[in-house]
Design a protein around this ligand. Structure first.
Ligand SMILES: Nc1ncnc2c1ncn2[C@@H]1O[C@H](COP(=O)(O)OP(=O)(O)OP(=O)(O)O)[C@@H](O)[C@H]1O
Ligand SMILES: [Mg+2]
Length: 253
């Protein structure tokens, strides 16, 4: 997809290369990670003793039955949540015990999220939705925010819809705006929780083309899916069952 002019603006700005302590250390490393939720008297073991290493630039799919712990795992990988026990080292830093403010900063700097339900702000234009992470990141120059917002929207083929609000866009267009929002901070890691779950097959293909382009740029892409076709586009497939990683294999095609 790099030959597509829509990606020029992004491919000319390679994904940030955070400093790792060891050159070949994994970008993300979970060791003995468990997550237990307490719902009233009942303890739900959403993750149980997960060991997982992911290197910079991998394209990975997570599959498993409903309730198996995929979203919980992604929330921990993306610093939206912390493990109950075990350690999580992200880009050389132990993030298992950081507080909410520190986690928010790491998310903003390193991670872009894409969700099944898009999660765009309904009253804001596409451009405003995409600009918001730059405001959180402290990019003060309006001209720079505008330029980066327009480049991110252009990179997903949405340059001609910047002033539309979400209810004026199709589902696939909304998801592309959400991907632009995930990309605008130039994160090393893209995490997507069933990003094509609400899309038809043409729109799914468009979104997968974009993820493929991000992978080719050297970003680390991790997506959850229930669709074997979608998982088949990744390079590595992790299967989760009852909170455990039960298979970890390269994708053959
Ligand atoms: N905040 C929470 N409080 C209590 N239990 C939770 C919470 N979040 C998730 N769980 C439980 O943890 C388990 C794993 O949930 P998770 O959302 O990770 O599953 P999933 O694999 O993403 O499923 P799906 O495919 O349906 O999205 C489930 O049994 C769920 O009910
Ligand atoms: Mg889920």
């Amino acid at each position: 997809m790099l030959s597509d002019p829509r990606f020029d603006s992004l491919s000319s700005a390679p994904a940030r290369q955070p400093q790792a302590l060891e050159a070949d250390a994994p970008l993300l490393r979970l060791t003995g990670v468990s997550k237990t939720y307490l719902a009233g008297e009942v303890a739900v073991h959403a993750l149980a003793d997960v060991d997982l290493s992911i290197s910079r630039g991998e394209y990975l799919a997570l599959m498993g039955p409903s309730g198996s712990g995929k979203s919980t795992l992604m929330h921990i990988l993306g610093c939206l949540d912390t493990p109950t026990s075990g350690t999580y080292v992200l880009d050389g830093q132990d993030v298992s015990k950081l507080d909410e403010l520190e986690l928010a900063w790491i998310r903003n700097q390193l991670v872009g999220f894409v969700f099944q339900q898009f999660h765009l702000l309904g009253r804001q234009t596409a451009a405003r939705n995409v600009e918001l992470p730059l405001l959180y990141a402290g990019v003060r120059s309006r001209a720079e925010r505008n330029a980066r917002t327009q480049a991110a929207l252009a990179a997903v083929g949405m340059a001609d819809r910047t002033e539309h609000r979400p209810n004026q866009l199709s589902g696939g267009q909304q998801q592309r705006v959400a991907i632009a929002r995930a990309l605008v901070t130039d994160p090393a890691i893209i995490l997507a929780d069933e990003p094509t779950g609400n899309l038809g097959s043409d729109q799914t293909d468009e979104v997968l083309e974009i993820f493929h382009g991000l992978h080719q740029q050297g970003r680390t892409v991790i997506l959850i899916t229930h669709e074997p076709d979608v998982a088949g586009r990744a390079r590595r497939l992790i299967s989760v069952r009852d909170g455990r990683v039960v298979a970890d294999e390269p994708v053959t095609r």
